[in-house]
Design a protein around this ligand. Structure first.
Ligand code: UD1
Length: 372
């Protein structure tokens, strides 16, 4: 029997932890059937936005690196499309798997669809219903062209059905990002003492902040508001740890806010950090303030209060069942909730269905059925 070739594509930071469990499942349990090839588009390229995730996740180095780098949306998408078309022509895969909602996901999905190559989408069906977010466009296109839609939460099923995606293409498998958290929390615990020493923090006595959404960081007024928020949080937060995304650092500099942020005594601005360190900081935080998608899910699994600095979420289960509260940029609400979190008061939460560390295995079962 000739082995079927599966190409798994990663491009940006949030892709790595979603793809790692699927690659591992295929290589460890189905190497007689499948040849798995890992392709990195190079959308993220800094060592601390990309390389470190491979070592932290025990993920093998990519078999191919396309080196597309940064650019406008059209430039970045187009570069991935051009390189991916050549790669697919050379490699003739039987299936391509993409994850999440980044530009690399969109570009790969279009090329696979036009080349007639079956496509699988990890984290399918999520919708913010906000088309001003580039990620929403990317998700819609990827789902439309996917033969296998791997869904993480009930809203995903509902959204795909509402868009007329046939039942035969929809698979509720759970959340591979959660597989990665569960596989790595033990290791992350071990690194916390060193971090606590480095940043002079104690468990549950610090806030962790991440910001990178264009609506928050590209907009001067909003970024100024957020700077003011961190100043006000001083009254009750002994420490705020803020790993700064490259895009956010640039905007803080452009808008001349960087000095103001640096001058907040209890705020520690650091470069983006690796997966294990970030997981450790998340799991021991009093509260996490974020505009990320995945962090809303990780905090729910970890049982850590999360405040989402957005007006919508494509991951409603984290609010309905998990530890997530959505505030947008309502400053009094953010301050009141953050204070509550430091006092140990938060809503009761539970773990969503099938967030059990086995999503990668479920996806492998679907692949076997589809390809053999
Ligand atoms: C991308 C994703 C977003 C995801 C985020 C996680 C899209 C549309 N957006 O946003 O959904 O949540 O990744 O980080 O795909 N840069 C560097 N080094 C890098 C990568 C980026 O300096 O390794 C800088 C560049 O100046 C670049 C900017 O960050 O122009 C933005 O990078 P880009 O990949 O376009 O989007 P993100 O904001 O990272």
């Amino acid at each position: 029997m000739t082995k079927k070739k599966i190409i798994l594509v990663v491009g940006a930071r949030p892709n790595f932890m979603k793809v790692a469990p699927v690659l591992k499942s295929i290589r460890e349990h189905a190497s007689d059937w499948f040849e798995a090839m890992l392709v990195h588009t190079g959308q993220h390229y800094d060592a601390n936005m990309s390389d470190i995730f491979f070592s932290d996740l025990d993920m093998p180095q990519p078999d191919r690196f396309l080196g597309v780098g940064s650019g406008s949306h059209a430039e970045q998408t187009a570069r991935v499309m051009i390189e991916m078309e050549k790669l697919f022509a050379q490699e003739q895969p039987d299936l391509v798997i993409v994850a999440g909602d980044v530009n690399s996901t969109l570009a790969t999905a279009i090329v696979a669809a036009k080349a007639g190559i079956p496509l699988g989408h990890i984290e399918s069906g999520l919708r913010s219903f906000d088309r001003s977010m580039p990620e929403e466009i990317n998700r819609i296109v990827a789902d439309e062209f996917s033969d296998l839609c791997f869904v993480t939460e009930p809203s995903g099923l509902k959204n795909l059905r509402a868009e007329g995606i046939p039942e035969s293409r929809i698979f509720f498998v759970g959340n591979t990002m959660i597989d990665s958290v569960m596989a790595n929390t033990g290791k992350a615990k071990l690194v916390f003492p060193a971090l606590a020493k480095q940043f002079d923090i104690e468990a549950r006595k610090y806030a962790l902040v991440t910001l990178h959404r264009p609506s928050n960081v590209d907009d001067k007024e909003n970024l100024t508001l957020l700077t003011g928020l961190f100043e006000q949080m001083q009254t009750f937060a002994p420490k705020i740890i803020f790993p700064v995304h490259p895009r956010t650092r640039k905007k803080l500099e452009d808008y001349r806010l960087i000095e103001r942020v640096r001058n907040i005594p209890s705020l520690e601005m650091i470069d983006p950090i690796g997966y294990l360190y970030f997981l450790a900081l998340q799991s021991m935080a009093a509260v996490v303030l974020t505009d990320s998608g995945g962090i809303q899910e990780e905090t729910t699994l970890l049982g850590v209060p999360c405040i989402t600095l957005r007006n919508n979420t494509e991951r409603p289960v984290t609010i309905e069942q998990g530890t997530n509260e959505m505030t947008g940029l309502d400053m009094p609400a953010i301050l009141a909730l953050s204070k509550q979190a430091f006092e140990g008061k938060w809503k009761k939460a539970s773990i969503p269905d099938l967030w059990d560390g086995k999503a990668g295995e479920r996806i492998l079962a679907v692949l076997k059925n589809f390809l053999t």
